[in-house]
Design a binder for this molecule. Structure first.
Ligand SMILES: [Zn+2]
Ligand SMILES: [Zn+2]
Length: 251
């Protein structure tokens, strides 16, 4: 299994997961033109995408999905709550993820996991193929026991370290948004991400990508400093960026 990112952050997200004939796009917060450019930058074409999975309805994840699905006739997977949260217009093939039940795309297993985030019915994902587990875990305000159970044992993980609490407190956001982002249904701080990484199965985790790093309420240096100790034993650690995402990683 391989994964790569079109971009990561509050100005747009998109992650590619590739396994055999499957090429999945998880979220799309970009215009069609941008997606095409970013997918080609990663050596693939949008026509090769076999399915689009949506984590939740926030614009940085959902905005580009309906137009892309319509232009390329792509099947879209999302929870009923995400689907009903917005008028998405007509989608060519809609698959509703009911009750967070796992599903198969050929022999790739997709496990949707409920997360605490201020959306209708958000789902983050664990992908399983050939005995390997890849987790995508962004947009959550705290690590619930449920999340910890499902993401404990990953070979590769894309994990959010969204903000530094002090930068958020003194930053440009209005008070209500500060409360939202820093609250239990908002986003993980660097410290929350570090706390989680200290508890996961370190024997198994080979690849970590830190993502959804806020450009206003965090800095790369700060995130790296807070995560340094808990990531020291992980063989490959990368930091995703808003514009470049990250290149292919083999799980
Ligand atoms: Zn987001
Ligand atoms: Zn969100």
């Amino acid at each position: 299994m391989r994964f790569a990112s079109l971009g990561s952050g509050s100005r747009g997200n998109g992650t590619l997961v590739s396994w055999k004939d499957q090429l999945l796009l998880v979220d799309c917060g970009f215009t069609i033109k941008e997606v095409e450019r970013r997918v080609e930058r990663l050596g693939r074409r949008v026509t090769e995408i076999t399915a689009v999975l949506v984590t939740h309805e926030h614009a940085d994840h959902l905005k580009g999905v309906p137009p892309l699905a319509r232009k390329y006739n792509l099947p879209v997977y999302m929870t009923p709550g995400t689907y009903r949260s917005r008028d998405l217009g007509k989608l060519p093939f809609l698959h509703l993820i009911e009750g967070y039940q796992p599903f198969q795309l050929d022999d790739l297993e997709v496990l949707p996991v409920a997360v605490p985030h201020d959306a209708r019915e958000p789902a983050q994902f664990v992908f399983k193929a050939a005995g390997k587990r890849l987790g995508i875990l962004t947009d959550l305000g705290n690590i619930s026991a449920h999340v910890e159970n499902h993401f404990y044992d990953c070979d590769a993980l894309l994990l959010e370290a969204n903000h530094d609490p002090q930068m958020l407190a003194s930053g440009p956001y209005p008070p209500s948004l500060k409360q939202r982002v820093g609250g239990p249904w908002g986003h993980l701080s660097n410290q929350q991400a570090a706390g989680f990484l200290a508890r996961v199965n370190g024997e198994r985790l080979r690849h970590l990508v830190v993502g959804h790093i806020s450009q206003k309420n965090n800095s790369l240096e700060l995130a790296k400093r807070v995560l340094a100790e808990v990531t020291a034993q992980i063989p490959a650690v990368e930091y995703a960026c808003q514009d470049e995402g990250f290149d292919w990683i083999s799980v």
